[in-house]
Write a protein that binds this ligand. Sequence first.
Ligand code: HEC
Ligand code: HEC
Ligand code: HEC
Ligand code: HEC
Ligand code: HEC
Ligand code: HEC
Length: 613
Amino acid sequence: MENRRLFLFKGFMWVLAGLAAAVAVLRFALGLGVSTALSDTTPWGLWIGFDVMGGVALAAGGFVMAAVVHVFHQERYHAAARPAILTAFLGYGAVAVGLLFDLGLPWNIWHPIIFWNPRSPLFEVAWCVMLYLTVLALEIAPVILVKTPFQKLHGLLSRLALPIMILGIMLSTLHQSSLGSLLLIMPFRVHPLWYSHLLPELFFVSAICLGLSMVMLESSVTSWLYKREPEMEMLSGLARLASFALAFYFLFKMVDLAIQHKLGLIFDGSWPSSLFIIEMLLSAVIPAVLFAIPAVRRSSKALWFLAACSVGGFVLDRINASGLSQVWATRNFYFPAWTEFAISLGIVSACVLVFLFIEEHFPVDPHALEQTEAERKKQESALPAFAPFAQVWLGEGWRKSARVYSFLFVLAMAFGLTVAPKTEPVLQMPAKRAVGADILRMGPGPRYVYFDHKKHQDEAGGDKSCCICHHLHQKGDVGTPCVVCHQKMFLPTNIFNHEAHVAALNGKASCALCHGEAEPVKVAPLAKKCSECHEKDFMAQNPAVKVFDSKWAPSYKDAMHKMCIPCHEEKAKDPKVNQPNLGRCGACHDSGTATEKAYLAKFPDSSKPGGVK
Ligand code: HEC
Ligand code: HEC
Ligand code: HEC
Ligand code: HEC
Ligand code: HEC
Ligand code: HEC
């Protein structure tokens, strides 16, 4: 391998991709509960903060360079425009993939196309991502098509390049700002230092700054990888532009804070304030000042370092706004699980690999293509790749690296699969038996609903009320806890035991009892109904749930909701009860009700899992 640096770098990317592939299997097989550290209070984690928010911002280079080159006609930046647009395309692709990981029901991702909810900021976000990804694909297509037989299509797309470019600039302007709007609806969650009515505008301006830094970083890194001379003239030009943009962003942010009388918050010494200072220094202040100095602009190392600093600062900004700045409101610190890091890094590495592949094989950056092409030719002609005696291909050059890369990928994936956490999927989570004195505490772990059994009993008519809720019992019992049959939190449970029935009903002779004498085939739907035998011993008299035909006891959640909510909704309308909110989720799921407080006073440990036996 000629270029060892590139070889090692790509190998490392393949390792990361392999690890991510293993975690991906885990995430889609076992769910978010197993593969992330997310919770109901922190439903947005690294995947939203970095992959989606950060990913979109990192892709900003595409529209910024398109505007600089094709709208403002700054032709000297031409060489940077195509790689930037390619990055944007891959960045947006990464965002879409990141979303698939983060969505609870990823197969519903197409819903915004059909089910319109124009009042939701997410609706705008979804449409912008879809349209802009399409436009970016059209922008980048000519580069690929030029090497294929579809020359007519290539010609057509090349002629439409300008209108497509302008459409792309419009869409991404909309989209960068709509990610800010997404946060506008959380005034009580986002920390005041980040919350502002101008969030959409701030996001847009910061995207422009980040776009410029990202283009510089990318150009520096590819020159380093391919051992080319950095394009200093272009880089220092971009740095000058960036210093203006960054200074503007900084002023904009400060004036915005001043108008809201929030400047004092920056220096109040709290954790968010330190975070804010670090973010501003990294993203704007340090790069803006240093980029303005001509001597700095002439040093390729300094430019590389400052661009990285600014990119890091802006990614931190997105992570702060969508995550860290909400900790003060949720009072729950979330730290991503290693599996989350693996996915994020894996997506980035996959993008880098695709980027390098396209750059090496298609005319994205003509210099790069020439160089790699020449290198490949040299390799191919130099190698006796075929061993005539052994009749095997020794394989050198790309064959060898392909073998090494695929080995690394598989190795990393196997390693990932071995170490990945393999707890039960959340769906199978067992429900816990309600415990407590008069008041019952239901559900597993930290989830519980306070349910005053005595009060409900009295309310529903005392001793005769039981069957309203206790529709089935075990033999010889009254008030069998629901969890005996409704065993899992989110999945139904089969409570029928075929073997035990055959044994209890005299073995072979029993078949006819349930499947009928004349019945040649024994199939489930034709078997005798459960209630025909268990009417007396299992079923409560005159229960609310009148059927017992199915061996499937619904999930605990369904049993509770279907039992409790209809009565609550009805009682909510009853002026005598005078509780209009009884039917709402909060009636049961909000903590802090009077009964709960009384209960906690009596059993202080009970809100902790396993607190009461
Ligand atoms: C409003 C519905 C409702 C009514 C009315 C009701 N119960 Fe219950 N009962 C429940 C629920 C819910 C549980 C919790 C079961 C669980 O999670 O496993 C329960 C639990 C019980 C338990 C088991 C407690 C334990 O942990 O072992 C007994 C015994 C019981 N009820 C008896 C009765 C009797 C007797 C009556 C009638 C006087 C009655 N219940 C009326 C809903 C009700
Ligand atoms: C002995 C087992 C058993 C016990 C105990 C039990 N259930 Fe059920 N439950 C079932 C079965 C089986 C079904 C399904 C009946 C059918 O659809 O044929 C069912 C159905 C239900 C349904 C109807 C769901 C629907 O889809 O309409 C509700 C509501 C319900 N149970 C609530 C409760 C509550 C509340 C308790 C405790 C107070 C309880 N069950 C105790 C076995 C049980
Ligand atoms: C207590 C009633 C009962 C008795 C006794 C009984 N079965 Fe069943 N059988 C059922 C029910 C209910 C099902 C469906 C259960 C399921 O799918 O899990 C079933 C399912 C079956 C099936 C599978 C049908 C399918 O669609 O998959 C076969 C085969 C079968 N029984 C054969 C027998 C034979 C043979 C005997 C006698 C040794 C027997 N059963 C005794 C109730 C009974
Ligand atoms: C032909 C009559 C008959 C039918 C139909 C029948 N059972 Fe049973 N079932 C029995 C007998 C008999 C026993 C054993 C009772 C005992 O242990 O005293 C039993 C026991 C049970 C038990 C407790 C024993 C255990 O551990 O499994 C459950 C639960 C049960 N049946 C559920 C069902 C369900 C669900 C259906 C419908 C799919 C059903 N049965 C249909 C006769 C029947
Ligand atoms: C038969 C009707 C009925 C059923 C069934 C019922 N409830 Fe209630 N529930 C009421 C009424 C009426 C009240 C208001 C009682 C009061 O505060 O005087 C109430 C109050 C409550 C409260 C207190 C709400 C508050 O804001 O203080 C909780 C919690 C609750 N129910 C939970 C449940 C759960 C859980 C179930 C199902 C296991 C259930 N209820 C089933 C009628 C019902
Ligand atoms: C009448 C009381 C009541 C009402 C009203 C109610 N729930 Fe529940 N819910 C329960 C009970 C009881 C459980 C059992 C699990 C538990 O103890 O947490 C439950 C469980 C759940 C669960 C699964 C357990 C968890 O914490 O993840 C979800 C999700 C849920 N409810 C959502 C809702 C939503 C959304 C609403 C409003 C549309 C609602 N509930 C209204 C009583 C209620």
